[in-house]
Design a protein around this ligand. Structure first.
Ligand code: PEP
Ligand code: MG
Length: 592
C-alpha cells in the first residue's frame, strides 16, 4: 500500500527510484555498480573478507584468558555463526550478482533488511541480537576496506561503474542523517534523489544536497523507518513529500511532471550567457556558491560572473584529525581562481562548528561541539582561537591572488575586537609571505553579516571592510533563535519574518549609501520567491548554487526596480510581507 511521508523540500524537482537505505554511520561506505565481468571477483572479495574475519574471531577466542567470563566465548561463537549464516552472506552475494552492487554496498543493504526483521521480533532477547549482526557487518566492512581503494576513490568509481552498467533502475538515497562532508561524496554519484529524517531547509546537509541539483527532502522524520530497502519511492522536491510504493496513476502523474521540469530546465538553459539586467536597465551580478575547487568550472558554465562564496571548510573535514597545510590549501584556491579565468573568487575563511563538525562522529555528529554549538566556537571564533592555523589559511589565500582576482570573506563577525585581530593576522600573514619572497596581489577583505549584532552595527563594520555579504541562513537562525538544522522548529524558520527583513534592508541600504559592495550569499539569494524583494531593497549582487542562476536570472530580466522600490515601505511594514509583495506585484507589474 502506498504511503506518504512529509518533510521539508530543499531541492526542486521530482525523483523516482528504488530506495537505498544507508545507516548514518555507514554513509561513507562506497556505493557503485560492478560490471558483469566484475561480479565473480567482487563475490571473491566478500568471501576473502569473511574468511579473514572468521580467522580473526577464532584467534580472539583462542587467546581468551582462562578467567574471562564464559559469555565472551559464547558471543564470539555467535559472531562466527552469523558470519557463515546464509541470511547474511548468501543474501549479500545475491545483491552483488542480481543487482550489481559492490560488496560494501551489498552488505549494508542486507544489514538494513536484517535490522528490520530484528526490530519486528516480539522476543526482546532475539531483538537485541541485531547488535551482533551490526558488529559482524562492521568487521566485514573493515575487512573489505583493506582490500579496496576505499571511499576516497568513490567519485570517479561511481561515475565510471554506473555508466558501464546501464540496466539498473534509478536509485534514491534514504538515511536518518548525512553529515555535510559525507553529502559531498555523492557529487557525480548514482543517486537521483535524497531523503533524510532530520535537518532543516538551510542545514548544511540540505545546502550540499541542493548543490547536487537533484530533488531532496529533509526532516522527513520517520522516512528511514517507513521506507524499506528497494521500495519504489517518489521524491517530490517541490512539495516536500515522499511517496512510498506509488500507485500507477500517481507514478504517471509524477513522470509527466518530471518531463515538464526537464523541458523547463532546457528552456532556462538558454539564458545562461544572457547578461542579468532588469527591465529598467539595472545590471545585477549573479555569483556562485561553491564547496570545492572542482565546482568552479561548473559555476562558470552555469553563467556565474564569479564566485561569491567558496565554503573553504569542506577542505578541512573528515581528515582524521589533521588539517590541510598551506601548500594543499594554496593549490585548491589557486585551482578555483584559475578555473574562473579572471572573474573574482570570494574565499571564505574556514567556518566549522555547529552543523559542520570537522569530524563525523556518529551517532549524533551535530552536537559534539560544546553545549550549544551554533552559539559556540565556530567560524571566525575558531580561527582566532587557532592563530597559526588562521594565518596559514590567510597565506594560502593571499598566494592564490597571484593567479587572478581573489577576495577574502570572514564568517560570523560580531565584535570589533575580532575585526582588529583579523586585520592584525592579515598584516602578519602578508609579512610572512614577503619574508619568504612569495608573490601575492591586492585582496579585498569582506565580512559576512550573519548575526544581528553585525547587521545593527553595519556602519562600524563598513569602516573596516571593503565589502559585506549577508549570510541569511545564519542571520535568520540567530535573529529568530531557531536552530537551522533542527526539523522540530523548521516551521518557525521564517525568512519573511519582518525582523529579518528589517535587518537585511538596513544592511543593504547602509552599504549602498556608503558605496560599498554588498551581496547576499545565503539560500535566499537563490530562491526566486525573494528576488523581487531583494531587488527592491537595492541589492544588485546575489550568490547562489550554480544550478539556481538561470531561474534567478529569469526573474531579474522581468523585474522593474523602480516599480519594486515603490512597494518596499508597504511590504516592510506589513504583518505578512510575502503576501503583501505578491499582492503589490499583481496590482502593477511592469509590462513584459
Ligand atoms: C549563511 O549563513 O547564510 C551562509 C551563506 O553561510 P553558511 O550557510 O555556510 O553558514
Ligand atoms: Mg553562515
Amino acid at each position: 500500500m502506498s504511503i506518504q511521508v512529509f518533510g521539508t523540500p530543499v531541492s526542486r524537482g521530482v525523483a523516482i527510484g528504488r530506495a537505498v537505505l544507508v545507516a548514518s554511520s555507514r554513509v561513507d561506505v562506497a556505493h557503485y555498480f560492478v560490471g558483469a565481468d566484475r561480479i565473480e571477483p567482487e563475490i571473491e572479495r566478500l568471501r576473502n573478507a569473511r574468511n579473514a574475519v572468521a580467522a580473526e574471531l577464532a584467534a580472539l577466542k583462542n587467546e581468551l584468558p582462562p578467567e574471562a567470563p564464559h559469555e565472551l566465548a559464547a558471543l564470539l561463537d555467535v559472531h562466527l555463526m552469523l558470519l557463515h549464516d546464509e541470511s547474511l552472506i548468501g543474501a549479500t552475494k545475491a545483491w552483488i550478482s542480481d543487482r550489481h552492487y559492490n560488496a560494501e554496498w551489498a552488505l549494508s543493504a542486507q544489514l538494513e533488511v536484517l535490522a528490520r526483521q530484528f526490530d519486528d521480533m516480539e522476543d526482546a532477547y532475539l531483538r537485541e541480537r541485531k547488535a551482533d549482526v551490526e558488529q559482524v557487518v562492521e568487521r566485514l566492512l573493515r575487512g573489505l576496506r583493506l582490500s579496496a581503494a576505499g571511499p576516497a576513490a568513490l567519485g570517479p568509481a561511481v561515475a565510471q561503474a554506473a555508466s558501464d552498467f546501464g540496466g539498473e533502475d534509478p536509485l534514491v538515497l534514504v538515511a536518518n542523517d548525512v553529515a555535510p562532508a559525507d553529502m559531498l561524496q555523492f557529487k557525480r554519484s548514482i543517486f537521483t534523489g535524497f531523503v533524510t529524517d532530520v535537518g532543516g531547509r538551510t542545514s548544511h546537509t540540505a545546502i550540499v544536497a541542493r548543490s547536487l541539483d537533484i530533488p531532496a527532502v529533509v526532516g522527513a522524520r520517520e522516512a528511514s523507518r517507513l521506507i524499506r530497502q528497494d521500495d519504489w519511492v517518489v521524491i517530490d522536491g517541490d512539495a516536500g513529500v515522499v511517496i512510498v510504493d506509488p500507485s500507477p496513476i500517481v507514478l504517471d502523474e509524477y513522470r509527466f511532471r518530471q518531463r515538464q521540469s526537464e523541458l523547463e530546465r532546457a528552456r532556462l538553459d538558454r539564458l545562461r550567457h544572457t547578461p542579468a539586467v532588469t527591465l529598467d536597465g539595472q545590471a545585477v551580478e549573479l555569483l556562485a556558491n561553491i564547496e570545492l575547487p572542482g565546482d568552479a568550472a561548473g559555476a562558470l558554465a552555469a553563467g556565474a560572473v564569479g564566485v561569491g562564496l567558496f565554503r573553504s571548510e569542506f577542505l578541512f573535514m573528515n581528515r582524521g584529525g589533521s588539517l590541510p597545510g598551506e601548500e594543499e590549501q594554496f593549490e585548491a584556491y589557486r585551482d578555483a581562481v584559475v578555473a574562473l579565468q579572471g572573474l573574482p573568487v570570494t574565499i571564505r575563511t574556514v567556518d566549522v562548528g555547529a552543523d559542520k563538525p570537522l569530524e563525523r562522529s556518529a551517532p549524533d555528529h551535530r552536537y559534539d561541539h560544546g553545549l550549544n554549538p551554533a552559539l559556540g566556537l565556530r567560524a571566525i571564533r575558531w580561527s582566532l582561537a587557532e592563530p597559526s592555523m588562521f594565518r596559514q589559511q590567510l597565506r594560502a589565500i593571499l598566494r592564490a591572488s597571484a593567479y587572478g582576482k581573489v577576495r577574502i570573506l570572514i564568517p560570523m563577525v560580531a565584535h570589533l575586537s575580532e575585526v582588529r585581530m583579523i586585520f592584525e593576522a592579515l598584516v602578519r600573514a602578508r609579512q610572512q609571505l614577503d619574508d619568504a619572497g612569495r608573490a601575492y596581489s591586492h585582496v579585498e577583505v569582506g565580512a559576512m553579516v550573519e548575526v544581528p549584532a553585525a547587521a545593527l552595527m553595519i556602519d562600524r563594520l563598513l569602516q573596516h571592510f571593503d565589502f559585506v555579504s549577508v549570510g541569511t541562513n545564519d542571520l535568520i537562525q540567530y535573529t529568530l533563535a531557531i536552530d537551522r538544522a533542527d526539523e522540530a522548529v523548521a516551521h518557525l524558520y521564517d525568512p519573511w519574518h519582518p525582523a529579518v527583513l528589517q535587518l537585511l534592508h538596513h544592511t543593504i541600504s547602509r552599504a549602498n549609501a556608503r558605496g560599498r559592495a554588498v551581496s547576499v550569499c545565503g539560500e535566499m539569494a537563490g530562491d526566486a520567491a525573494f528576488t523581487e524583494m531583494l531587488l527592491a531593497m537595492g541589492l544588485r549582487s546575489f550568490s547562489m548554487h550554480p544550478a539556481r542562476i538561470a531561474s534567478i536570472k529569469q526573474r531579474v530580466l522581468r523585474a522593474d526596480t523602480r516599480l519594486l522600490s515603490s512597494h518596499l515601505t508597504r511590504v516592510l511594514e506589513a504583518d505578512h510581507p510575502g503576501e503583501a509583495l505578491r499582492l503589490a506585484l499583481q496590482g502593477g507589474r511592469a509590462p513584459q
